[in-house]
Ligand binder design. Structure first.
Ligand code: MG
Length: 263
């Protein structure tokens, strides 16, 4: 193996399919992370999942036996809140779950579930109670108020315990179809927004000092390339290896457990 982490200071990674799968830690992941921290690397975790807040993810790390005290944790719900805040959009119609609402309210964005003329934007994430009425109200804000259309993450499906279920991207696509226009932004990977936000929050001004590890070429590796980072593909998640001719990771490992070979 010729690739190594020489010169790198910040290691960012996806969660599902890299360090855990559903509610089970991937074998060797905890030891690998502990080792990286002992070697002095700053660790960041970047997930498209908006169903939990960052606080919720922190608790998930703890419950699976990880030691997240010094981890940076970023998800698409928090990213959406930062985006809305940066664009002075503080009155929002939200389609999503508690985790997204928590992140929006932390940045003093007022969230409502009924439409009215003052609303400036729609923020839509994963919502397991999505209804026709919610879509109709969101559509009203976008079309009648000329509201911004912000999606948390484009994932069309989500691996549930025994089957694939619709992801946030399915709801975003339905709303886009109804409105006859695409969202103004979808925050999650492959958009490099969350990776750039992570570097900023870790005070890393040079993306060449960072590496991003993920299990999906179309989202993780594509985002890492756009953020001008080295990328490592691991093969412990949902793989889309058919894309390997067009989206090229810097390096491929079987699993995170092998990362000590690159130090
Ligand atoms: Mg993944």
């Amino acid at each position: 193996m010729t690739y190594n982490l020489r010169g790198k200071t910040h290691i960012l990674m996806d969660c599902d399919g890299v360090i855990w799968r559903g509610n089970q830690a991937i074998p060797g992941a905890k030891e690998a992370l502990e080792n990286l921290e002992n070697q002095g690397y700053q660790l960041g975790f970047v997930t498209n999942n908006s169903s939990l807040s960052r606080k919720g993810f922190y608790q998930k790390f703890v419950s699976l036996g990880f030691q997240p005290e010094n981890y940076l944790i970023i998800n698409s719900g928090y990213g959406a809140a930062v985006y809305l805040n940066n664009n002075n959009l503080s009155k929002i119609f939200m389609i999503g779950e508690k985790g997204l609402q928590e992140e929006l309210e932390l940045l003093e964005i007022s969230v409502t579930a009924s439409y009215h003329q003052d609303l400036q934007a729609v923020c839509i994430g994963w919502d397991r109670k999505l209804t026709w009425t919610k879509l109709a109200d969101a559509m009203w804000v976008i079309l009648n108020n000329n509201g911004q259309f912000v999606g948390t993450n484009p994932d069309n499906s989500f691996p549930s315990i025994d089957r694939l279920v619709p992801g946030a991207g399915a709801g975003i696509a339905a709303l886009a179809n109804a409105c006859g226009r695409e969202p103004d932004i979808i925050i999650g990977k492959p958009n490099p927004f969350l990776l750039n936000l992570s570097l900023k929050e870790m005070n890393c001004s040079d993306s060449a000092k960072a590496v991003f590890i993920g299990d999906r070429l179309s989202t993780d590796i594509h985002a890492g390339i756009q953020a001008k980072m080295d990328t490592i593909l691991v093969q412990t998640g949902i793989s889309d290896f058919h894309l390997k001719k067009t989206i090229l990771p810097t390096c491929t490992l079987e699993s995170l457990a092998q990362i000590d070979q690159l130090i």
